[in-house]
Ligand binder design. Structure first.
Ligand code: NAD
Length: 259
């Protein structure tokens, strides 16, 4: 029970990586708020974790200031405090830069960067007023460190999250608030499953080749990272007991990227 009596908000937790982080936190004793654009999915994920008293779903578009502030207020109203924010909601859009629609570029940056900023600001206001510290975790990617073709806004946004985490680490220190980034390799979630045929089409290769020659080519063992692997790292950052671990990024990618 490494998160007993802690309260965590996880964005984008109706699906994929965020859903597994919510499950892991609940298993470790936390009360969890599942904040997602997909309200039905968020409510269903919360029900799986035991429902009212243990987990709630909150409808939240992380790019919408009013919805983020209202969602965070609902979280605090339900559980009385906030100790952990996992800013995880994200999308992927692949295209070469010369064909990238400006609206799509802005949509992706808004979800990853505006979303991280707005949820961080709301969380810090609550954590500072509580005076009991906290942990803010951003879902970066190997693309916070490396580039790939067809992913200009994603690589830009994921690099940007490392900058934000470092500022939050510095500003949050005197309040006992830590900020860190998890950088996963490819994980089989709906976000990745959607990309496989899209990349196959853009690159003119088979879906099998996208997996073997693009996604897993540089891993040490040709394996996908799993949602459980990423959730374990998210637990480590959430439960870490002091300011010693802050402003860091941890790559969980089967050795695709080594620092
Ligand atoms: P997913 O598609 O399974 O889940 C993403 C969730 O985010 C969905 O529930 C979706 O409804 C929600 N969401 C989308 N836009 C939103 C918005 N505006 N407001 C609130 N919620 C919104 O994807 P995933 O693979 O679990 O991705 C989660 C995070 O992990 C993303 O930030 C992604 O970039 C990152 N990531 C994923 C991989 C991977 O290989 N899957 C690798 C590295 C990083």
């Amino acid at each position: 029970m490494r998160l007993k009596d802690k309260v965590a908000v996880v964005t984008g937790a109706a699906s994929g990586i965020g859903k597994e982080i919510a499950r892991t936190y609940a298993r470790e004793g936390a009360k969890v708020v599942i904040a997602d654009l997909d309200q039905k999915g968020a409510d269903a994920a919360a029900a799986e974790l035991g429902g009212a008293g243990r987990a709630i779903g909150v409808a939240m578009d992380v790019t919408n200031e009013a919805q983020v502030d209202a969602g965070m207020a609902k979280a605090v109203a339900a559980f009385g405090r906030l100790d952990v924010l996992v800013s995880n909601a994200g999308i992927q859009i692949v295209a070469p830069i010369e064909d990238f629609a400006f609206a799509k570029w802005k949509q992706l940056l808004a979800i990853h960067l505006d979303g991280a900023f707005l949820t961080t600001r709301a969380a810090l206001r609550q954590m500072y007023s509580q005076g009991t510290g906290g942990s803010i975790i951003y879902m970066g990617s190997v693309h916070s460190k490396e580039a790939s073709v067809l992913k200009a806004p994603y690589v830009t946004a994921k690099h940007g999250l490392i900058g934000l985490a470092k500022v939050v680490a510095k500003e949050g220190a005197k309040h006992g608030v830590r900020a860190n980034v998890i950088c996963p390799g490819f994980v089989r979630t709906p976000l990745v499953d959607k990309q496989i045929p899209e990349q196959a089409k853009e690159l003119g290769i088979s879906e099998e080749a996208v997996i073997k020659q693009v996604m897993l080519k540089d891993t040490v063992d040709g394996e996908f990272t799993t949602v459980a692997d990423v959730a374990e790292a998210a637990l480590f950052f959430a439960a870490f007991p002091s300011n010693a671990l802050t402003g860091q990024s941890l790559v969980v990618s089967h050795g695709w990227f080594m620092q």
